[in-house]
Design a protein. Structure first.
Lengths: 307, 259
């Protein structure tokens, strides 16, 4: 028996709701201690994947396992923490009471004080849940997710409705848990969130994993780079160069050029305009990579349908 | 999967499991005792009716009216926490995602229902106490200690069939429609079971169909408890147990099928 550090798996899993195919033979592994970000457009199958791993639904086909068990087995779920996208907790209970209740479901506990400290809710413990702001409620939900010392934490869109400061403090808290060895599955719409936290990113589209790898690997898959500079060259002239994909003039007057061969375009730019200044070359961000990958998948699908 | 992962599951001791039930019941009681929109109608309706008809207008109704109405309004009072505590709150919690979150967390599945049941029984006990205090100290009803004890027992346990009915209703209606649907069951059933006006003054047809309502049987048991029964206690109790079993079976089947 070889050592296998996969703690949760979807193995060729399919799930449909009526005529809609939510998952189409998806494979997904979650390894001990890693932070995996699931990205994808709405309706891609992220929530269904999470729902299956939490034992909320049953797969139509394929295997779902959590710590080697069926996720509907409560023993398996005693090792996870959960923060869902929308959950209205009882409004009249105090934060301390919510924490104590959730703690009672688990065999091993983090102290309430430690949870409060990690989630930065020490000053909210005696307040009623209904009296908290949206961002504060999210922090309380995060504290509930970690009270049972989970080995695997599911965070579904954790920072929706948070301002930038609370978002960054939550990111810090997530990094701290990962450093302690807790694995995290994160779904998010904020690409910078995945970029700043994830060891590994899975892009899901149309019920399948269309791309998987580190953030850098994902970006490298997309050859496009972006050149920005201040130049007197006319937009349309640059746009006609063969290697240039697109050109746009930015509000502050800079020219922004997308290209797959940045080096030759830069050489040509410098030759054409000796007074060119403020040159910048950047690899595409995750946002561009993400758009590119979903577009590729769409194109491949269209080609297959046409054939 | 490797050996370490499958064998190193942390163990939930029986004590901690029991604690989960206790905490769930505690949280459920606390949250509803702090929710006036649930608590006030439940706790006020039957005592207010009792004050009006059992105390203020009692002289017109004869000497036994104070006890008769204690049974009727007691029954009316203990129906509500089960029907609303299960029917409305469960339907709302399914809509709001709370039930989904609890299902995803390792909450012992029974704890949720047991917690709501404890809450319903607690509120039933409070309603019964308020009515008993009014009956004994204000209306001067002839309540021996045996009658008091039997009344408590009947009314508190009598909340259970309505917990079952509430649970069943919650599987049939969507969240926002739940309060209306539950009232549509609660109020007509109370009327048709003779809780507002004695069945003897009602049309023969309504008298004839009264035994199909669980509230009718509970009222008959409550009347026996206060010394005005017409017998058949064992049968009424058995019918209520039967109703509870049927409601729970149907609800369990719908919950399994539709989640």
């Amino acid at each position: 028996m070889t050592y296998d550090n996969r703690i949760a798996r979807l193995d060729k899993v399919s799930k449909r709701y009526g005529a809609i195919v939510a998952l189409d033979g998806i494979d997904l592994d979650i390894h001990r201690g890693e932070l995996l970000a699931l990205l994808g457009p709405n309706g891609a199958g992220k929530s269904t994947s999470i729902g299956l791993l939490l034992g909320l639904h049953r797969a139509d086909a394929g295997q779902v396992s959590l710590f080697g068990r069926d996720p509907q087995d409560i023993e398996a779920r005693r090792r996870i923490g959960v923060m869902l996208q929308s959950a209205n907790l009882p409004p009249t209970l105090k934060v301390r009471e919510l924490l104590r209740l959730t703690a009672s479901y688990y065999p091993e506990l983090r102290t309430l004080g430690e949870c409060a400290e990690v989630a930065a809710i020490q000053d909210l413990m005696e307040r009623r849940y209904a009296d908290l702001s949206g961002g504060q409620q999210r922090r309380v939900q995060f504290a509930l997710a970690l009270v049972g010392r989970p080995e695997l934490l599911f965070l579904d869109e954790p920072t929706v409705g948070m301002d930038i400061t609370s978002r960054q403090s939550l990111w810090a808290a997530i990094r701290r848990l990962v450093a302690e060895g807790c694995a995290v599955v994160l779904t998010t719409h904020y690409l910078e969130e995945a970029e700043s936290l994830a060891d590994r990113v899975c892009v899901i589209a149309k019920g399948r994993v269309v791309s998987e790898g580190t953030v850098d690997a994902l970006r490298a898959r997309v050859a496009v780079r972006r050149i920005r500079c201040v130049t007197s060259l006319v937009d349309t002239v640059v746009a006609d160069w063969p290697e240039v994909i697109s050109v746009e003039r930015q509000p502050e007057g800079r020219l922004s050029i997308a290209t797959a061969s940045a080096e030759s375009v830069v050489r040509r730019l410098l030759d054409a305009d000796p007074s060119l200044s403020e040159l910048e070359v950047q690899r595409a961000g995750l946002a561009e990579a993400f758009t590119e990958i979903t577009r590729e998948t769409d194109a491949a699908d269209a080609a297959r349908e046409a054939a | 999967m490797n050996m370490i992962d499958s064998t190193s599951s942390p163990v939930m001791t029986a004590g901690r499991l029991f604690n989960a039930y206790v905490q769930e019941a505690r949280a459920e009681c606390l949250r509803y005792l702090r929710t006036p929109s649930f608590l006030l109608p439940t706790l006020l309706f039957s005592p207010v009716f009792y004050i009006m008809f059992g105390i203020v207008l009692a002289k017109a109704n004869g000497p036994e009216a104070t006890r008769y109405l204690l049974a009727s309004y007691g029954t009316f009072g203990v129906m509500a926490p089960g029907l609303f505590g299960f029917g409305v709150s469960l339907a709302l919690e399914r809509d709001s995602g709370l039930l989904t979150l609890k299902r995803a967390m390792p909450m012992p599945p029974g704890a949720y229902l047991v917690g709501k049941m404890c809450m319903a029984l607690l509120v039933a006990a409070i309603v019964s106490t308020i009515l008993l205090v009014l009956a004994i100290f204000v209306a001067g009803a002839d309540m021996t200690p045996t009658r008091v004890a039997t009344f408590y027992l009947v009314e508190i346990l009598g909340a259970l069939p309505f917990c079952g009915l509430g649970l069943l209703l919650s599987t049939l209606v969507k969240g926002q429609g739940a309060p209306g649907a539950v009232n549509l069951v609660y109020l007509p059933m109370a009327f048709l079971s003779g809780l507002w006006f004695p069945l003897s003054v009602m049309p023969g047809f309504i008298q004839a169909i009264a035994p199909i309502w669980p509230a009718y049987h509970l009222d008959q048991l409550a009347l026996s408890a206060v010394g005005l029964g017409q017998g058949g206690v064992a049968l009424h109790a058995l019918v209520l147990v039967g109703f509870t079993a049927v409601f729970l079976t149907l609800a369990a089947r719908r919950l399994r099928r539709h989640g």
